[in-house]
Design a protein around this ligand. Structure first.
Ligand code: ATP
Length: 236
C-alpha cells in the first residue's frame, strides 16, 4: 500500500534520511523506533509531502507520488497527526474537526456522523467541543490531532510520537485508541520513542539509526531482540 524506495532527505548539507527502504501493507500497523534525531519525523514528513526528497521514491498503491504536494497526498488517503500535535490553537475543537474534513465538507451529514464517532472515541473532546484548542491539555490536544487526521477518512494514518510529553494514564488511552483503529482495519505508521508500547501494537517494525534502517522484523521479534532491548527498552 505504501512503499519507500531508497528515500533520501537533506536539510542543506545534512542528510537526515540516507536511503530508506520500507513497505506497509494494507491493514498493517508498522512502527518506526529510533533515538532522538534518528530521522523518524523527517521520514514521516517525506511520506506525506512536507519535506522534499533528495533521492528515491514514495509509492502509494503503486503510484509514484514523490513529487505530489501534501494536499494531493491527502486526497490519495494519507493523513498525518504531527509531532507537537499541530492543532489550530485559536480554533475550537469542533472547528478543528471540520478543518480535518475540509475536502469532504459538502457531505455535511457524513462529517457530522464522523464527528460523533470521534466524540465516542475520545469523550473529552465532546465535553470540550466549544473550547479553543490552544487551551486544551497536552493529552486532549493529542486526541484532537488524531481525530482531526481521521476526519479526512484516510486509508493510511501517520502518527508522529503520539505519546510525547503525556502522563502515563493518557498514554494508555492513546494506545487503546490505536489498538481500536488497528482492529477496524486502518493502516497505521507509528513513530515512537515509547518503544515497548509501540512495538506491542505493531505487526512489523523498523529501527532507524542516523537516517538508516538497521533492523526490521515483527513487533514481537524486535521486542525480544537483545540489541533493541538494550538500546530502546532499557532492559537486557
Ligand atoms: P526526534 O525524536 O527528536 O523528533 P527524529 O528521529 O524524529 O527525532 P528528525 O526530527 O527527523 O529526527 O531529525 C533528523 C535530523 O535532521 C536531526 O539531525 C535534526 O537535527 C535534523 N533536522 C530536522 N529538522 C530539521 C530542519 N528543519 N532543518 C535542519 N535540520 C533538521
Amino acid at each position: 500500500m505504501l512503499k519507500l524506495e531508497s528515500v533520501r532527505v537533506s536539510y542543506g548539507a545534512i542528510e537526515a534520511v540516507k536511503g530508506v527502504d520500507l513497505h506497509v501493507g494494507k491493514g498493517e500497523v508498522v512502527t518506526i523506533i529510533g533515538a532522538n534525531g534518528a530521522g523518524k519525523s523527517t521520514l514521516l514528513k517525506a511520506i506525506c509531502g512536507l519535506e522534499p526528497l533528495s533521492g528515491g521514491r514514495v509509492l502509494l498503491d503503486g503510484q509514484d507520488c514523490s513529487n505530489l504536494p501534501a494536499h494531493k497526498r491527502v486526497r490519495l488517503g494519507l493523513a498525518m497527526s504531527p509531532e507537537g500535535r499541530g492543532v489550530f490553537a485559536d480554533q475550537t475543537v469542533l472547528e478543528n474537526l471540520w478543518l480535518g474534513a475540509y475536502m469532504r465538507r459538502a457531505d455535511r451529514s457524513g462529517v457530522e456522523a464522523d464527528i460523533e464517532r470521534e466524540f465516542a472515541r475520545f469523550p473529552r473532546l465532546r465535553e470540550r467541543q466549544h473550547q479553543l484548542a490552544g487551551t486544551l491539555s497536552g493529552g486532549e490536544q493529542q486526541m484532537l490531532a488524531i481525530s482531526r487526521a481521521l476526519m479526512s477518512e484516510p486509508s493510511i494514518l501517520l502518527l508522529d510520537e503520539p505519546s510525547l510529553g503525556l502522563a502515563p494514564l493518557v498514554i494508555r488511552d492513546i494506545f487503546t485508541a490505536i489498538r481500536q483503529l488497528r482492529s477496524s482495519g486502518l493502516t497505521i505508521v507509528l513513530v515512537e520513542q515509547m518503544a515497548k508500547q509501540a512495538l506491542g501494537v505493531a505487526d512489523r517494525a523498523y529501527v532507524l539509526e542516523i537516517g538508516r534502517v538497521t533492523m526490521e522484523g515483527s513487533g514481537l521479534e524486535l521486542l525480544n531482540d537483545d540489541k533493541v532491548r538494550a538500546a530502546y527498552l532499557g532492559t537486557h
